[in-house]
Write a protein that binds this ligand. Structure first.
Ligand code: FES
Length: 258
């Protein structure tokens, strides 16, 4: 058992009154899940499995439901990360404004890539989808605090200040040493070790996608052209009528006895 795991029960008891205050603010308990996750992340540096299970129990949902929600947001880190989490936007507005150069600059300066952590555990780096600050593109979040209008000079100053311990944003708690990557091996986690037929050949869901990502097209190709279903419509129709595709897949599954 790690030190963090040993300390978790004490942390939970310490945070429980605050958790109850948060839950009491909502009409439905489950609405408190995200603020609870932020609370635990602030104290542990990431959202641990224990935190997810405890929060799920407090708001009356299953751990799987909690994980399903938490995994949707890049605001939550599901693995231990560096003391400074650098999340650079690669959405459309930022890409048009030079995000590719900014990302290349970060990768070069840090010596790591997407979803990786530096050997000293100081920086983690992730390229994320639109951060909803398009008017200030190119932008990023540092431990969830926004930094706008990025330039190489701004990045140099930021990294220097963080290394010197003088950056305006505080370091995150780090209760567990991060691995070099927090990539999640999705294929191995799928029951039976295989992806669904439509998802075969689709790049890792750990990859945040972005401009040029072909995941959706590959899925459609699989569904329409590889006899996953006998679909007679056009691709456009499949896009316009996704329900039709789902129903046909269900029918196929029922016929195949799944
Ligand atoms: S595209 Fe970067 S903030 Fe919207």
């Amino acid at each position: 058992m790690t030190e963090r795991e040993q300390n978790f029960p004490a942390l939970l008891e310490r945070l429980r009154p605050r958790c109850e205050q948060i839950i009491a603010q909502y009409e439905r308990k489950r609405s408190a899940l995200l603020p609870l996750m932020h609370l635990f992340q602030r104290h542990e540096g990431y959202v641990s499995r224990e935190a997810m299970e405890a929060a799920a129990e407090m708001v009356g949902i299953t751990p799987a439901e909690a994980e399903g929600t938490v995994s949707f947001y890049t605001l939550f880190y599901r693995r231990p990360v560096g003391k400074y989490m650098l999340q650079v936007c690669r959405g459309l507005a930022c890409t048009i404004n030079g995000a590719e150069d900014i990302m290349a600059y970060f990768r070069e300066k840090l010596g790591i890539g997407h979803l990786q952590t530096t050997a000293d555990g100081l920086f983690s780096y992730e390229e994320v989808e639109c951060l909803a600050a398009c008017d200030r593109a190119t932008c990023m979040q540092v431990n969830l605090e926004f930094v706008y209008d990025l330039t190489p000079q701004k990045i140099d100053a930021m990294l220097d200040d963080i290394r010197a311990g003088s950056y305006a944003v505080a370091a995150m708690a780090q209760t567990e040493a991060p691995d070099r990557t927090w990539q999640i091996p999705q294929d191995k986690q799928v029951a039976g070790g295989r992806k669904s037929r439509g998802a075969a050949g689709v790049p890792s869901p750990d990859n945040a996608g972005g401009v040029g990502d072909r995941s959706g097209v590959i899925m459609l190709d699989n569904i329409i052209n590889r006899n996953v279903i006998r679909f007679t419509g056009t691709r456009e129709r499949a896009l316009l009528e996704p329900r039709d595709v789902v129903e046909r897949v269900d029918e196929e599954g029922a016929r195949a006895g799944h």
